[in-house]
Ligand binder design. Structure first.
Ligand code: BMA
Length: 833
């Protein structure tokens, strides 16, 4: 680009990392504004327009150049551009004066005289800050039920100077559409410009996608001021377009595209992009035999069962979130057979790289707008700030095929419908009006005008079209006949599938666990290593969380009794992870096997996104990936319970049912193997092979049914307490599902389980390490742990019913056989004392 100058400096160049508005130990500091200053030298060339652009300021600041105030910032999700043509000199002095986010939020709340906007403060157990809903800032930075209060402060994204004559391209986006009648793809290519000349600028724009033999040239005229041009590019019909598919459903093909702007005055811009082709529909239509409406995603015309989890910010300090951090976490999601994540509304709109990686590996994104678990103001300033935020974020992100849905907020429809904040009945109308103003009249309208290529829902959970019909706020957003649901129940037996809602779409559900000892060890000292230490209480931000875990464990396992406090703590950690994995396995399998049925008017469940994928710090939480990326047992379980082919068992009125669950696009003829073992022996008691089982494509269907008493009788001498059922689907050429299992009793009641001798030999094979495990007896929940060595195993936390098992370790950094051997701990259920 000839007449264009970009000067860019990053946070590090300012030598100013994010400052926290509060000291880490909880003492308040920095109520005094903090100031960042930088000297800037600019050549004396004259430009028609010179902008100082901040891609992200966190959050409240006054920006000055050469002692002249350029403007103020109050929204960390906005992009701020200041015209500095008249202020800039040869040597410049940029100043960013910050105000404490905590004081600002409190002040905004105090000044909001109209009506209160609850909640005022988070629950005391979160040790957080108040009034976060009054500031457009990462909502969980004032604390959450899984995270600390670190109200960060600073410049969190790039800053640059843009200097140009004639015109400048601000946003560039590409969205694909498919015209069914014509059976043709076309692209909407949108460019938003700032034109500085007083007359229109004419020119030619050429779009070229060589691989699709598509090249089109357009005559365009850019009008003075800020404006957009939209070009419709028809993809050559004779070119075979490969669509972008979610992980597990096909490739993530992208095509190189070059867009060249050749404008009068000789200035040329060339944009090189990757373009993807996929369609998305959110299908809400009547289902025969069921009141309500369906709620599922159709991608490229094919219904897709959404499997995955919920994403929260990967760190309290965004400057620590590198490309590698994101890649590791997202790759872990894909490796666990997930095809989707929900970017939850209490965090941040993630960096471009996040969505780039999702595009590359086929992770679909349910994108919330950043509002969560609260009511929000709707005064003019606030709305203007939100409007700018929404159009900026949609323009920035809409080219990503991974994003399949925009969603207005997290749980705010539910908060009003369920009156979470005890709003007196006569005042309800005001809050409903605020709700509709913010999410419908502002956010939704902007989204629809900026992006017609994907669906929008106002909230999660919501009843979708039914909520719309009820004035955007339904009586019960958790209704299983409509939309999505969030479901948490810490008081029931999580092994009992009948406690779960047979919903259309489970977008949140979960149970907590503690992260591994090696993760906790890094931030604690020996006196912290007990389940009831101050440390353990301090890091638990969910009221009653540690007790709830104990109670859930106690239903099916013996609690640790070791006299050695550290051993007892480690046993507790292990059991919390076993419990969490087993609970979420049961719940997820229920959602998956409910996809093809309607029972008592409920069913057709088409999504399972458990809460939550990742952690923001080292603490007990619902996550399956620990802070640092280590896989908890739940994540290993997810790899199995999200497997594309899976037999699932459940019990109903004394009958054992086995369903085949398949995400494959074609039917398969397979053999179902059902094996019964006595806990006391590695030799099976009985084996049943049912051949020629048709496993239907993209369905969950019954393939086996037997009364438990018949099964026990058939397998001589078995009782519920003494035996265990395992099963898998097997085809030709090694084609096989994971081996699944069904416990016939609680494990604390199991009869015949013996303490096993577990051993492992480790060897290296290319970039991986092979662990050959041996057991002397059946062993439930066998866990390999190599402490702080970064990497993951091919399987973990499994039930060992055979003498030998081979597990592969994929290291994420260089290691050695010796290092792995000396760090290895092998645990199974009977090692808990
Ligand atoms: C849901 C989420 C989060 C929360 C989680 C666990 O409500 O939206 O707000 O962290 O439950 O309590």
């Amino acid at each position: 680009m000839s007449d264009f100058l970009v000067m860019q400096w990053l946070m590090s160049a300012l030598s100013c990392p994010l400052l926290t508005g509060k000291a880490g130990d909880g003492r308040r500091s920095l109520v005094v504004p903090s100031v960042l200053q930088v000297n800037l030298h600019v050549s004396d060339r004259k430009w028609q327009k010179v902008n100082l652009v901040f891609e992200g300021v966190d959050t409240v600041a006054q920006i000055l150049l050469n002692n002249v105030t350029l403007g103020r910032t109050d929204n960390m999700f906005n992009r701020y551009s200041f015209d500095i043509a008249r202020v800039i000199q040869e040597v410049n002095f940029v100043e960013v004066r910050f105000l404490s986010a905590v004081s600002y939020a409190a002040e905004q709340s105090r000044c909001h005289k109209a009506h209160s906007i609850p909640p005022a403060c988070p629950p005391p157990v979160q040790q957080g800050e108040c009034h976060v809903n009054f500031i457009r800032k990462e909502q969980c930075s004032f604390s959450w039920d899984w995270g600390p209060s670190f109200p960060t402060q600073g410049i969190w994204k790039d800053v640059r100077i843009e200097a140009y004559n004639h015109y400048h391209l601000i946003y560039f986006s590409i969205t694909p559409f498919f015209v069914k009648n014509a059976q043709q793809w076309y692209l909407e290519v949108e460019s938003i410009f700032d034109v500085v000349s007083s007359k229109p600028i004419a020119g030619l724009v050429t779009v070229n996608i060589p691989k699709l033999q598509t090249q089109q040239t357009f005559n365009v005229k850019l009008q003075p001021g800020e404006g957009s041009i939209v070009l419709l590019v028809n993809i050559n019909k004779s070119a075979a377009v490969e669509a972008w598919w979610p992980n597990g459903h096909g490739k993530q093909t992208g095509y190189n595209m070059t867009t060249t702007f050749m404008m009068e005055a000789g200035c040329q811009i060339e944009k090189v992009s990757k373009v993807y082709f996929r369609t998305v529909e959110l299908v809400q239509e009547p289902i025969p035999g069921s009141p309500g409406l369906s709620f599922y995603f159709r991608i490229n015309g094919r219904p897709i069962f959404i499997k995955g989890s919920n994403w929260i910010p990967a760190d309290s300090f965004q400057d620590r979130v590198t490309y590698d951090t994101l890649r590791l976490l997202l790759k872990s999601a894909a490796d666990a057979n997930m095809n989707a994540l929900r970017v939850w509304g209490g965090g941040v709109y993630e960096q471009d790289e996040f969505y780039d990686i999702c595009d590359e590996i086929g992770i679909m994104i349910w994108q919330d707008f950043m509002f969560a678990c609260a009511l929000y103001p709707t005064n003019q300033n606030y709305l203007e700030s939100v409007r700018a935020e929404v159009s900026h974020q949609v323009r920035r992100l809409k080219s990503h095929p991974s994003i399949i849905l925009w969603s207005g907020n997290n749980e705010n429809e539910a908060a009003i419908a369920g009156n979470w904040f005890s709003i007196p009945a006569p005042d309800r109308g005001v809050y409903i009006k605020d709700y509709v103003t913010l999410y419908v009249k502002n956010i939704r309208e902007i989204v629809l005008s900026e992006d017609k290529s994907r669906p929008f829902v106002a909230s999660s959970p919501t009843n979708g079209l039914e909520s719309v019909k009820e004035g955007w706020l339904s009586q019960d957003p958790y209704d299983t006949h409509y939309g999505d649901t969030h479901f948490y129940d810490y008081n029931s037996d999580c092994w009992n599938w009948t406690v779960y809602p047979r919903t259309r779409f489970a977008s949140e559900y979960g149970f907590q666990s503690w992260p591994s000892f090696s993760t906790i060890e890094k931030v604690s000292s020996p006196e912290d290593w007990s389940y009831t230490s101050n440390f353990s209480l301090h890091r638990q931000h969910h009221e009653g969380g540690n007790i709830q875990m104990l109670q859930e464990i106690e239903r099916h396992f013996k609690l640790p009794q070791s006299p050695d406090p550290v051993k007892k703590f480690k046993d507790m950690i292990y059991l919390t992870q076993v419990m969490q994995a087993q609970c979420i396995k049961t719940e997820t399998e229920f959602y998956r096997f409910s996809q093809s049925e309607i029972i008592n008017g409920e069913g057709h469940t088409m999504g399972a996104l458990y809460w939550q994928l990742n952690d923001i710090w080292q603490a007990p939480s619902w996550a399956s990936l620990e802070y640092g990326g280590k896989w908890k047992l739940l994540h290993y379980f997810a790899q199995n319970f999200f497997a594309p082919l899976l037999p699932v068992a459940y019990e109903d009125k004394g009958m054992l049912h086995i369903y085949s669950v398949s995400d494959f696009h074609e039917d398969h003829k397979l053999t179902l193997r059902v094996v019964v073992h006595a806990w006391s022996s590695l030799e099976p008691v009985c084996i049943l092979a049912k051949e020629g089982v048709t496993v239907k494509a993209q369905s969950a269907l019954p393939i086996y049914k037997e009364s438990i008493s018949d099964l026990l009788e058939r397998c001589r001498n078995c009782t519920r307490k003494s035996c265990i059922v395992t099963f898998c689907l097997v085809g030709e050429d090694g084609f096989q599902s994971p081996t699944n299992y069904y416990f016939l009793s609680s494990l604390k009641d199991a009869v015949g389980l013996e303490k096993t001798q577990l051993s492992a030999s480790v060897s290296q094979q290319d970039d991986t390490y092979i662990f050959v495990l041996q057991t002397t007896a059946i062993a439930p929940f066998v866990t390999l742990d190599v402490g702080s060595i970064k990497g993951r195993f091919s399987d973990n936390g499994f039930l060992m019913t055979e003498k030998k098992k081979v597990v592969v370790f994929y290291p994420w950094e260089p290691t050695s056989v010796e290092e792995l051997e000396s760090s290895l701990t092998l645990t199974s259920l009977l090692d808990v004392v």
